[in-house]
Design a binder for this molecule. Structure first.
Ligand code: ATP
Ligand code: MG
Length: 555
């Protein structure tokens, strides 16, 4: 149990600490209740970190329960994807996956109990009629003509609804609470509806399915969840949550609301994310531009970074918008310590060192990770013909005194290599530079430099013959608007330049050994992760993130 000072606890921790102190609960049980109708996104990671984190902190337990009460939208495909994501993040759900559908019989029993006590009735009105008689926030609703139906008739009808005797929409089961309640959700809410759809786990055993409000809270009670944490939009459901627990007479789980995580430039609704997938705007749920955990994994974000971000954003009682730069910062911070460095060129420009012996290859010593001595060193081949980046050469720099890269008569150091001086260059008919000619200073070899020459610029390079040509996918934000959720049509806010594919990037030869999912830093350029699309002929890298927050600066 935590020994942390009460005052440093957030509001949920304060409630838990109090409940443990007073002996209300001996052990806390939380739950993460995804609906298997899409992939998990970074907002879910916040909820996962919160629920699993609290269980861990207070020596309790956190259940993983699929809230699977909408057969048409749910599938085992999503169940597997969600389990995969949670395991990838590294949380322990005790190896047991729970499903609301496993409680269908018990939930049905709860409904029978309410019917028998005159607290629920079968309503033959259509959804439209029920909505039209709900009243308004300031005027009470009108009782259904079926509200006083005798218990026996309700029991008979509900049993026949279960058997599939009636058409969808022809009848519902409603809790009999108060048609004049100030909280509209208490005006005889629908608790069961007829659905003649096959369920991904129970098949066609059922023709009635519980509504969210009758499934979620009751499942919490069945599992003896002590603290049921949900997002703010359920705040006005709480009186119903409590009414049902009290009137069914089951374990008093407590619902506590917190603000959902919203991120700038990000859509966080599964429904909208599904539209991006279905319309082919992205390549799938795991497109590296998606805010899904699978997209982030493919992009190269690490579990440690996501968890640290989710922990550090904290929890709030009011809606807010968190700067996505905070997530990106957590990713850079983690990768900086973990990712080995390699030399890489995104836009290759040939460079010939005319006084370097033809056919000679020297192996240069390079540091794998300056942040981690244990990462050791490697050797990279240096030769007469190299590639440097197009962006590192200028014929005529606009402010020559502030320009430290290569240009006519300029000197730079090639990282881990020699100092070179530009002696000339060639252009094509369109005016593009096609070749840079240099001389090198043999006594300036990195680590053994006796040349006495001082230079300000250091460039990345790769050996032309030994380097590996690769495909690099550069990502920018998927949305242009800071808060695309506010747009009338979020599809209008898509960034047309969210993906740029470079087909002839060049990397030092050692990268050939990297496996899909491994991340390296291309020095000066950012972190890049091997994509599963990689084949023996074509290595594909995703740019995970730039080195600094320079999204506007195009690579
Ligand atoms: P979405 O709006 O993306 O469809 P949802 O709430 O319908 O999300 P669920 O599968 O029901 O998706 O969510 C599972 C859990 O994750 C719920 O407890 C929900 O409150 C929580 N959750 C979902 N989105 C967020 C978010 N942005 N921030 C924090 N928690 C979230
Ligand atoms: Mg939901």
């Amino acid at each position: 149990m935590s020994t942390t000072n009460q005052s440093s606890l957030n509001f949920i921790e304060q409630i838990i600490a109090e409940d443990l102190k007073s002996g209300k609960h001996e052990q806390i049980i939380t739950r993460f209740p995804p609906e298997p109708n899409g992939f998990l996104h970074i907002g879910h990671a916040k909820s996962i970190e919160l629920n699993f984190g609290l269980a861990e902190k207070y020596g309790g337990r956190c259940n993983l329960r699929f809230d699977d009460t909408n057969p048409e939208k749910e599938s085992d495909f999503y169940v597997q994807a969600i389990i995969n994501d949670i395991e990838w993040l590294g949380y322990d759900y005790g190896g047991k996956v729970l499903f609301t559908s496993d409680y269908f019989e018990q939930l049905y029993g709860f409904a029978l109990k309410l019917i028998k006590e005159g607290k629920a009735y079968v309503d033959d009105q259509s959804a439209e009629e029920i909505a039209a008689t709900k009243g308004t926030p300031t005027t009470p609703g009108t009782a259904s003509p079926y509200r006083e139906r005798p218990v026996a008739e309700n029991l008979d009808l509900f049993a026949r609804m279960r058997q599939g005797e009636f058409a969808e929409g022809s009848r519902v089961l409603r809790a009999k609470i108060d048609m004049a309640a100030a909280n509209m959700l208490l005006r005889d809410p629908v608790i069961y509806r007829i659905k003649n759809a096959a369920h991904h786990r129970t098949g066609d055993a059922w023709h009635v399915y519980p509504m969210y409000d009758f499934a979620h809270g009751q499942s919490d009670s069945i599992e003896h969840i002590t603290h049921s944490l949900c997002t703010l939009e359920f705040e006005n459901h709480r009186p119903l949550y409590e009414w049902l627990i009290e009137n069914i007479g089951i374990f008093p789980s407590r619902q506590i609301e917190f603000a959902r995580l919203n991120l700038t430039y990000t859509i966080m609704s599964k429904r909208k994310l599904l539209q991006l997938v279905e319309r082919g705007v992205v390549s799938g749920w795991d497109d590296p531009r998606m805010p899904t955990l699978s997209g982030m994994r493919r992009r190269g974000f690490t579990p440690a970074a996501i968890r640290s971000f989710a922990r550090n954003v904290g929890i709030a009682k009011r809606e807010n918008l968190i700067d996505v730069a905070r997530l990106e910062h957590a990713v850079r911070d983690d990768l900086n310590k973990k990712a080995n460095r390699v030399l890489g060129i995104l836009h290759p420009l040939k460079l010939v060192i005319e006084n370097y012996p033809e056919g000679q290859v020297e192996m240069m010593q390079a540091v794998n990770n300056p942040e981690d001595e244990a990462a050791g060193k490697r050797e990279i081949p240096f030769s007469r013909e190299l590639y440097i980046d197009r962006d590192d050469f200028m014929e005529d720099p606009p402010s020559p005194r502030k320009y430290f890269r290569l240009g006519p008569d300029r000197l730079v150091r090639l990282k881990y290599g020699y100092i070179i001086k530009c002696t000339g260059y060639e252009k094509d008919a369109a005016g593009n530079i096609t070749l840079v000619k240099c001389e090198y200073y043999p006594e300036s070899r990195s680590g053994q430099d006796t040349s006495g020459i001082k230079v300000k610029g250091t460039l990345s390079w790769v050996s032309a013959a030994e380097s590996v040509p690769v495909e690099v996918r550069l990502y920018d934000r998927l949305f242009q608007a800071e808060n695309p959720a506010l747009a009338e049509d979020f599809m209008q806010e898509l960034n047309p330049e969210s993906l740029t594919v470079l087909t002839d990037a060049r990397l030092e030869p050692g990268v050939k050994n990297l496996q899909a999912g491994e991340t390296v830093q291309f020095e000066r350029l950012g972190y890049f992760t091997v994509d599963p699309d990689t084949t023996a002929e074509n290595m594909v890298f995703n740019r995970t993130i730039t080195l600094r927050d320079t999204w506007t600066k195009k690579a």
